[in-house]
Design a protein around this ligand. Sequence first.
Ligand SMILES: NC(=O)C1=CN([C@@H]2O[C@H](COP(=O)(O)OP(=O)(O)OC[C@H]3O[C@@H](n4cnc5c(N)ncnc54)[C@H](OP(=O)(O)O)[C@@H]3O)[C@@H](O)[C@H]2O)[C@@H](O)CC1
Ligand SMILES: Nc1ncnc2c1ncn2[C@@H]1O[C@H](COP(=O)(O)OP(=O)(O)O)[C@@H](O)[C@H]1O
Ligand SMILES: [K+]
Length: 494
Amino acid sequence: MTRAWATLWTRSQAAAADRHTIVDLGTPSPVLMERAALCCAREALAMRGDLPVWALCGPGNNGGDGVAVARILHGWGVPARAFLLSERLSPELAQQVALAEKLGVRIDRGLPPGQEEAVIVDAMLGTGAAPPLRQPFVAAVAWANAHPGPKLAIDIPTGIDADTGAAPGPVFAADRTVTFVRSKPGLHVTPGRAAAGEVVVADIGIVSQDMSNETCLIDPVEVARTIAGLRPGSHKGERGHVGIVGGSAGTPGAAVLAGAAALRAGAGLVTIATDDREVQAQLLAHRPELMVQPRGAEPVPAAKVLVVGPGLVREADRAGLAALWLEDRRPAVWDASALAEIAVRSPMPRVITPHPAEAARLLSARTGESWTAARVQADRPLAARSLATVTGAVVVLKGEGTLVAEGARLGVCVSGGPALATAGSGDCLAGVIAALLGRGLSPWAAATAGVHVHGVAGERLVVGAVALDIADAIAAVLAAPEETHPRFPRRVLG
Ligand SMILES: NC(=O)C1=CN([C@@H]2O[C@H](COP(=O)(O)OP(=O)(O)OC[C@H]3O[C@@H](n4cnc5c(N)ncnc54)[C@H](OP(=O)(O)O)[C@@H]3O)[C@@H](O)[C@H]2O)[C@@H](O)CC1
Ligand SMILES: Nc1ncnc2c1ncn2[C@@H]1O[C@H](COP(=O)(O)OP(=O)(O)O)[C@@H](O)[C@H]1O
Ligand SMILES: [K+]
């Protein structure tokens, strides 16, 4: 079971929970704001060393949090000031300003003058706002990013879309973000995840009636339990036989990488199906553990699971794939150029692993709309869910902050880093997911555990590592899965 607080709330879910807590249950809004500000003040205190703390405050309740943070810190003897960036003040913000002024907190209009180093608190816009930013926040974000000192964002860095992680304009670059009750997709989906820094989830007593956990982080605790539950298998046949339909003349390597990663992820046997004699010879020379056989009408009949696509660049080598997609009953991972052969929803258990450009091509072909890689990246959750709908598959939308979608359900991967951006890294991922399918996991469990493990393996490497290093690192990650991850939110109680 994913831990409850790995669930992510969209803007409207957060607003509904606020309303329910305040209107239906009667918790006064200032009580929630006080609890929110207390958690943020503690984090600012931990970040400040002996620096002053300056809160940049917008017109709404996010701004109210900022003024309350300055007041609480002032009460603790910390030099703290608030800067109001808008003429307009929400009623809660106006109340906070009146209280802070009575207590002697210095509150100014406009941006701070001078270049004195300070902790900059982003209390400009929260989950009530949607980018692109208007003035004065465009200028304020640029000012804040250029100012020396640690950066703390309240609820969400200003400029990030809380629902999609998109950043259509300037974005506050936080070292840490304190978000309330549940994290938000935008703090974990690219490019938002880079702007959020360390994410802290503060439980401040907001209660939701919405028990859905449709969108969640891929929880390292759940992945570790899933892996611990895999049977080691007393002989190689019990750990699953993976068949790989891949490798064209000139590109046999992708099939080798997928095969090597499948073996490192515990597959008992891996056979590559190709009719090209030259490719067959090259495959065996690359990795003697692999087996090779002609493709035939039913590729690798003995295999329990298939990977379809790695290195299958020649069009002639893709003949018959449309039928395989639709009719082969075995669970299968479809990747790379094989994705172009998907014409209809498959009723069979399928995982597809497109990168953004492949996702755009598939969405354009299947929906009749014009999708580009940029459009996919502008709303990655929507792209992943749409692909899941049109293909019937579990979708792994690759890239920093990989997403896994099954119907409306969405998992956001916290692991992975730049060392994974190397040729053939995606082939390794396909092999890992296939091996986990072969060891008995469902498509969703194999895809979520696979992307997390692949990401952790990549984090253990340096930029310059090659894809076979990723494949080779997988075994150690699976042998001792960690229940924590530095990018999984830290939880605090307030
Ligand atoms: N109530 C509670 O229970 C609690 C709430 N809490 C806190 O409240 C936050 C939500 O507060 P909120 O709803 O007041 O919205 P908020 O994020 O401050 O922004 C609204 C303002 O932004 C403006 N604006 C919008 N888009 C814009 C753009 N593109 N560019 C520029 N401006 C733009 C918009 O202007 P308008 O569009 O109305 O003209 C409006 O004035 C939440 O994140 C959390 O921090 C906590 O204290 C816990 C308890
Ligand atoms: N900066 C990054 N952070 C996290 N993961 C990344 C990053 N860059 C690439 N990856 C991962 O590396 C893999 C690259 O796959 P893909 O784009 O298919 O490349 P290739 O075709 O070269 O194998 C994907 O799993 C992707 O999510
Ligand atoms: K903010």
